[in-house]
Design a protein around this ligand. Structure first.
Ligand SMILES: [Mn+2]
Length: 432
């Protein structure tokens, strides 16, 4: 039986603009501008170093509707290197780079196969005259592809591994657009051996064996969002005959988004919080050695230092200090933001007895917590005020929650948080 290896990657998003990073320093901005292209170069290197028989690219090669010339030229250069080394490359396009978009590059190297839209094409792969695999693939002809493309795939007669190459949302993943939606069952029904998927940016093995169904994730993280955090890269897949024997992840990212929490509970002053933050950042730098890092630090916990943190400008000053402290790190470590979720220690029982505004606020919160209609109105009002970003989305989802106990629980937590923050502000204003 013939043994061989292939590499599976997706969602290169070449020339992605990193819109989620606010006002990076010039050296950070420069590195981010090149990161998606450098990850592509690393993918080419990996494919050559692993002596892969072929490379699979499962859509969203380009980020924008207008494919940048820089991205196209860099992509073509990598394809030529692979082609010259005898490595075949199979490409489908997805919702970010459908075939109806302008392309400055029309002449692909002989070993690169771009699957058309319309219907699935099946391409045999041979080594020294022996057929080792058949790759089935289909591209999007336009962004708004809502058809279940998985239904077009079928096992073909012939030897070797049978691979499905598709950009699709499997199992209605709500965090990604519903393009080419299908179910795991649709994929299983095609009777292939390995589904090389693209679209979902968080690496995921949806099924191991008979068939393998795999999202490799994107090759370079693009924003501080959870799905874009952590190591990013490609999968190296070992095959014997028509069986996948091993699937291994290889990191290719140049700049990495990570998140960390700093517990402020037993800190007694701001400098302790700052020291803890710097220590945590230094640890992250060691953990991810060799990569540029973009860090989101969240201050958490309930402690005596919280009112200091809630003072106007305190977090912004901490951010500047942290950036300065690590300014000379190479590869760079850039604190992308500090999110303050810290809360003060408040004695609600004492406050509840007071006749001032703080006391009135605690009693109001008590009444809202005990009245399901008022609680629902509170959540609706907050989701209206915070209609943007992840918090707004979470609130709107909560507003639709049908399980009354679950709703009361979660809404109560949000109410507690809002109360704690309001009391911090009030007490701070009164104490000055
Ligand atoms: Mn994508």
């Amino acid at each position: 039986m013939t043994s061989f290896r292939f590499v599976h990657a997706a969602d290169l998003h070449l020339d992605t603009p990193f819109a989620g990073v606010a006002q990076p320093a010039p050296h950070v901005a420069a590195a981010l501008r090149d990161a998606s292209l450098a990850a592509w170069d690393a993918l080419v290197e990996l494919t050559l170093a692993e002596h892969a028989a072929f490379l699979l690219l499962a859509g969203d090669i380009y980020d924008g509707a207008d494919r940048g010339v820089r991205a196209q030229l860099r992509f073509l250069k990598g394809l030529r290197r692979l082609s010259d080394a005898g490595v075949r490359v199979f490409i489908v396009h997805g919702n970010h780079d459908p075939l109806d978009r302008r392309s400055a590059v029309v002449d692909y190297p002989a070993n690169a196969k771009l699957f058309p839209a319309g219907d699935v094409e099946s391409v045999p792969v041979t080594i020294d005259g022996e057929q080792i695999a058949i790759v089935h693939g289909i591209s999007y002809d336009r962004t708004d592809t809502k058809e279940n493309l998985a239904l077009h795939f079928h096992r073909a007669p012939g030897n070797g591994l049978q691979v499905g190459l598709l950009h699709a949302n499997v199992g209605a993943n709500a965090e990604h657009g519903a393009y080419a939606p299908c179910t795991l069952g649709d994929l299983e029904a095609a009777d292939l051996d390995y589904w090389a998927l693209g679209h979902v940016h968080k690496r995921a093995v949806l099924r191991e064996n008979d068939p393998w169904v795999v999202y490799p994730g994107d090759t370079q993280g693009r924003s501080p969002k959870p799905s874009e955090r952590g190591e990013k890269g490609a999968l190296v897949v070992d095959v014997s005959g028509s069986k996948v024997t091993n699937v291994r992840f290889a990191a290719l990212d140049v700049a990495r988004f990570v998140a960390c929490g700093i517990d402020i509970a037993d800190a007694t002053d701001l400098s302790q919080v700052q020291t803890r933050l710097i220590e945590t950042l230094a640890r992250l730098r060691d953990e991810h050695a060799g990569r540029h890092l973009l860090v989101r630090a969240t201050l958490e916990g309930r402690g005596p230092v919280a009112p200091e943190l809630h003072r106007q400008g305190a977090i912004a000053d901490m951010l500047v200090e942290a950036r300065n402290e690590l300014a000379t790190s190479r590869p760079f470590l850039w604190v992308e933001s500090i999110v303050d979720r810290s809360r003060s220690i408040v004695d609600l029982d004492t406050l509840r007895e007071r006749t001032d505004l703080s006391g009135e606020l605690v009693r109001l919160a008590d009444r809202v917590r005990g009245d399901s209609t008022a609680l629902a109105a509170f959540i609706a009002e907050r989701s209206r005020l915070l209609d943007q970003g992840a918090v707004g989305t979470a609130l709107r989802r909560l507003a639709q929650e049908e399980d009354a106990d679950l709703f009361a629980d979660e809404a109560g937590d949000i109410l507690d948080d809002a109360l704690a923050l309001a009391l911090d502000r009030l007490e701070q204003a009164g104490g000055q």
